[in-house]
Design a binder for this molecule. Structure first.
Ligand code: ZN
Length: 252
């Protein structure tokens, strides 16, 4: 029986939903993020607001939420030139991958997370990777995760479970999962609170724009991450308005 988890938590919508998932499921949850010279430290600031709001708005989860870790991975900026580590415009490359692709990034993240989990006595790694939407990053694929789980478990001689609650769902379903987790928390109005928290405090925009507030949150509104988030929110709101779930969407 697993009782503790380490969540790879960047401060975006997906990893925040994964954090709620872990808090609802495990008695002790720690979080980790990596500072690799992201163009926008706004993401690292967002994660602090999310942690603060989760503690404040969801007292039951708060008791499970343990230490937060930030690991310096600036070496990634030295070995790879991408739109996430350099000040270049977003575009698709000839190989069909966006130029935000940092080769091996998730493999490094998982390896370091497992090393940290080993030291902290945590059994499960939770990550928001997803095969369904948009990017096709090869290090987010289900097969890659299964291979990593095996490699890490063998290489550290300790059985790690890698959980990927978002692997097969789209962004509309990710919004809905957050709402359901909020409800499951037992907090009055928890579903709506969780959706509002994601809208207000998480950050996914590639350009680091927090000057424009949309129904779905802050962002430039035109980069691929914003478009995906907006499209998912719109489908989620529509399904709520049709009465599929009986609740009203936030800020729409
Ligand atoms: Zn954007």
């Amino acid at each position: 029986m697993h009782t503790s988890a380490l969540v790879l938590f960047s401060g975006g919508q997906d990893s925040t939903t994964c954090l709620a998932y872990a808090l609802e499921r495990y008695q002790r949850v720690e979080t980790v993020a990596f500072d690799y010279g992201q163009r926008h430290h706004v993401e690292l600031a967002a994660r602090q607001s999310v942690l603060r709001e989760l503690r404040h708005q969801f007292p039951r989860w708060s008791s499970a939420l343990d230490e937060d870790h930030l690991l310096d991975l600036s070496v990634l900026g030295a070995v790879s030139e991408t739109a996430l580590t350099r000040d270049t415009a977003f575009k698709m490359e000839a190989n069909g991958l966006p130029n935000t692709f940092v080769p091996g990034r998730n493999l490094l993240f998982l390896t370091l997370s497992a090393a940290l989990a080993y030291r902290r006595g945590l059994q499960v790694l939770v990550t928001g990777v997803c095969e369904t939407d948009f990017s096709g990053y090869p290090d987010c694929r289900d097969d890659t995760m299964k291979a990593m789980q095996l490699a890490l478990s063998l290489g550290m001689d300790q059985r790690f479970l890698i959980e990927t609650p978002l692997m097969w769902i789209d962004k509309a379903a990710t919004w809905d999962m957050a709402r359901r987790l909020g409800d499951a928390s037992g907090e009055p109005g928890g579903g709506q609170k969780m959706v509002d928290l994601i809208v207000e405090h998480t950050h996914t925009c590639y350009l680091g724009d927090r000057s424009q507030r949309h129904a779905w949150g802050y962002g430039c509104g035109t980069c691929p991450a914003c478009l995906l988030r907006a499209k998912g929110y719109s489908a989620f709101s529509d399904s709520l308005n049709k009465g599929d779930t009986g609740a009203a969407p936030s800020g729409a």
